[in-house]
Design a protein around this ligand. Structure first.
Ligand SMILES: [Zn+2]
Ligand SMILES: [Zn+2]
Length: 561
């Protein structure tokens, strides 16, 4: 073991969020140790966030890791297998190229994810539950937490300049259905020994009370599913919440129903859970073929797509296009999940389509108790500070308002120092007072058509522009003397016409304007395609402004004869 116990004179311990601070999603946190010009790093989590209506065609957004390229990275530690913590590995690992450390369930899913995306030669080191890893100046202990996924871990990071507790995502669940409850003894011991800093989940800081136990959700589901005697039942939940799956299966069992899985991630996660022994098939899952013919009153479908995702199982059921699930009048759909901010519209849309088929809906709003959050509410956060007693509080995993409220709350609880970095803020945790000492390059990268591009990239900007303004395509031929020697063809994409201004008339008018403007150009200007294109674009944008009050993209194709 290369255990380093003493700090050198210029050594510093720094914390740097590159994603996840000031947003929910895309977690990428870095710890650095050493003198400013020779730091060693460990990375915690490499997650994604998802695109929305403002990013047409872009589903996956990842943090910009350019600061880390060429740095001495000792290892990448993954706290748990949620997409906002591991989802960016296929896109970013090659820019960090450090070994990965994770507990078995997380490691299984990472291995699959990298393989599916063709990323090879990654060293994945499986750490047992409660295990330890030596990453140079960082001695890392995995601390068992409870959350809404199998094997959530906090990290006790011991350095010569002090110990940091990185909580990861957590809540306090004394009866988590699967896995062990929170390792309170280790956390309390950190407090007893003197904890330098705690980097802590802020998601539910505005919510009073406690998140509630997975066992409560199980009881809620048993009661609701048991009360629905007739008709088919579909339950939507996150596949990664293995405890919830187990609870739904148990509820189905008690109600005399057999379970069928719908959606790729349901199968993927059950395979992972089986692999690590979290899932025993006491009640065998129906095959698709069996599900097709099973009596309606004796079946329950566990489905992906509770967030209204387009191609997921529930959406296809709502469209009537699912290969083996047909729901209609007298059937039921239970949403054992919350609405993730940003997904309100697609979820409402999904529920409308489902209701339109005659399916009855059950959500946590009208049936409290069929879902519990995976993140700590105020009473739990308070309890955590009472156990860990850090000198410095560093809120993470939240929007700006969550981080600021978390810091204020920590001060109320008597924490000496708080620091609330934004993505890219480099915080010195030790020696001395916690302070932001630098801002490093940061931002978002978009996965667009399988390529990783900057958020200011031209392609997305053009698509956005085209989606509101439309496109005009102009083509004509010119001879050696710069005269137009063909018809001028103007085509519109996404621009309207009506009875007063038929589209054909508008395009004829635009063609005339092209003829005029090209004719008005000087001889040498007409020889230069770029000059001609610019002149055409200028005149057509101006004319479009008059016709449609829009400035479409103008694409000019000149054929030189
Ligand atoms: Zn998270
Ligand atoms: Zn999580």
């Amino acid at each position: 073991m290369t255990k380093q116990t003493k700090a050198s004179a210029n050594d510093e311990l720094v914390f740097l969020p590159l994603g996840g601070s000031g947003e929910v999603g895309m977690n990428l946190n870095c710890y650095g140790y050493g003198p400013e010009d020779n730091r060693q790093w460990m990375i915690v989590d490499v997650g994604v966030t998802f695109g929305d209506l403002s990013t047409p065609g872009v589903d996956i957004i990842v943090p910009d890791p350019s600061f880390l390229e060429g740095e001495n990275i000792r290892g990448i530690v993954l706290t748990h297998a949620h997409e906002d913590h591991i989802g960016a590995l296929p896109w970013l690992w090659s820019r960090m190229k450090a070994p990965l450390y994770a507990t078995p369930f997380t490691a299984f899913l990472i291995r699959e994810k990298l393989r599916d995306n063709g990323v090879r030669d990654v060293k994945i080191i499986e750490i047992p539950i409660g295990g330890h890893v030596d990453l140079g100046p960082f001695q890392v202990d995995f601390v068992t937490m409870t959350h809404s996924i199998a094997e959530p871990n906090g990290l006790k990071i011991t350095t010569p300049l002090g110990t940091v507790f990185h909580t990861g995502d957590w809540k306090l669940d004394p009866a988590p259905v699967i896995g062990q409850p929170t390792d309170i003894a280790t956390i309390t011991k950190m407090g007893d020994d003197g904890l330098l800093a705690m980097v802590c989940d802020s998601t539910n800081v505005f919510v009073e009370g406690e998140a509630g136990s997975e066992t409560e959700a199980q009881d809620g589901l048993i009661a609701l599913i048991g009360s629905l005697k007739k008709g088919r039942i579909a339950v939507g939940c996150f596949a990664s919440n293995v405890a919830r799956m187990v609870s739904v299966i148990k509820a189905a069992d008690k109600a005399g129903r057999r379970v069928a899985l719908a959606g790729r991630s349901m199968h993927r996660i059950t395979a992972a859970a089986r692999h690590v022994g979290l899932f025993n098939d006491s009640q065998r899952i129906l095959t698709e073929d069996e599900a097709r013919h099973w009596p309606a009153d004796e079946i329950l479908y566990l489905c992906t797509g509770s967030q209204g995702e387009d191609r997921a199982a529930l959406s296809r059921v709502a469209d009537g296009s699912h290969p083996f699930i047909k729901l209609g009048l007298g059937d039921h759909c239970i949403f054992s999940s919350r609405v993730i901010p940003g997904n309100e519209l697609p979820i409402a849309n999904l529920q409308d389509r489902m209701a339109d088929r005659g399916v009855r809906l059950y959500t946590e709003k009208d049936h409290p108790g069929i879902h519990v959050s995976g993140h700590p509410c105020r009473d739990e956060i308070k309890q955590m500070y009472a156990w860990a007693r850090p000198r410095i509080s560093v809120p993470t995993h939240g929007m700006r308002r969550h981080l600021m409220e978390h810091a204020a709350f920590a001060r109320d609880l008597g924490v000496e120092e708080t620091v609330t970095p934004r993505n890219g803020d480099l915080v010195r945790l030790a020696p001395g007072k916690a302070v932001i000492i630098d801002e490093v390059p940061n931002g978002r990268l978009y996965v667009d058509g399988g390529m990783v591009v900057t958020e200011k990239g031209e392609a997305l900007r053009e698509r956005r522009h085209a989606s509101t303004n439309g496109v005009l395509v102009v083509s004509f031929a010119m001879d050696k003397r710069g005269r137009i020697v063909s018809d001028i063809d103007v085509r519109a994409i996404g621009l309207p016409g009506d009875e007063v201004t038929p589209l054909g008339d508008a395009l004829d008018d635009l063609a005339e304007r092209v003829e005029q403007v090209v004719g008005s150009l000087k001889n040498e200007a007409r020889d230069d395609d770029t000059v001609v294109e610019q002149a055409v674009a200028r005149v057509l944008k101006k004319a479009s402004q008059q016709i449609w009050d829009r400035r479409p993209i103008v694409e000019t194709v000149i054929l030189r004869l």
